[in-house]
Design a protein around this ligand. Sequence first.
Ligand SMILES: C[S@@+](CC[C@H](N)C(=O)[O-])C[C@H]1O[C@@H](n2cnc3c(N)ncnc32)[C@H](O)[C@@H]1O
Length: 161
Amino acid sequence: MRAHLEATLIACEVFENGICSLLSALVPVDGQEAWAALPPNLRLWTDDARLLLRELPDASVDRLFLLFPDPWPKARHAKRRFVHPENLALLARVMKPGAEWRIASDDPTYQAWVREVMAGQTLFRGGEPATVRPDGWPPTRYEAKALRAGRQPLYWSFFRV
Ligand SMILES: C[S@@+](CC[C@H](N)C(=O)[O-])C[C@H]1O[C@@H](n2cnc3c(N)ncnc32)[C@H](O)[C@@H]1O
């Protein structure tokens, strides 16, 4: 974040505790004015990311990260998965041509689901996922948990056509 001050980053998290953890990690505890300590290029969206996607202008996003989304492994909950045919047009509208959508998941059901959904669409191009986190991708807490538990994450890059 601080290494790329030219880029504005919008962090989306619908769960209040997740926002609190992020702020605790970013803000030092030495009494410094909290907001002054935040990276100037960071924005927080403390609601459903899909609502933000509806608000953003057309072709305004260069890169989108979906790292270890909730897998909703039961078939009857498939509609809640973020990678979903109904969300693709929403994502595609806000992404610039050639913009990258990074997806990582350690859940085998979700991995198969990403393959299936992305094979059945024409808005994004992309190939086989990497099995090792590519350079430049941030590590995450869920990734660390998955690796400790012996699960194999997959890392996809899709590009807006
Ligand atoms: C499994 S956690 C992964 C968190 C983090 N990316 C990581 O890898 O450590 C998924 C997070 O996505 C959040 N989330 C799920 N659906 C969301 C949505 N529609 N909009 C914003 N956040 C969402 C959940 O609250 C949860 O904190």
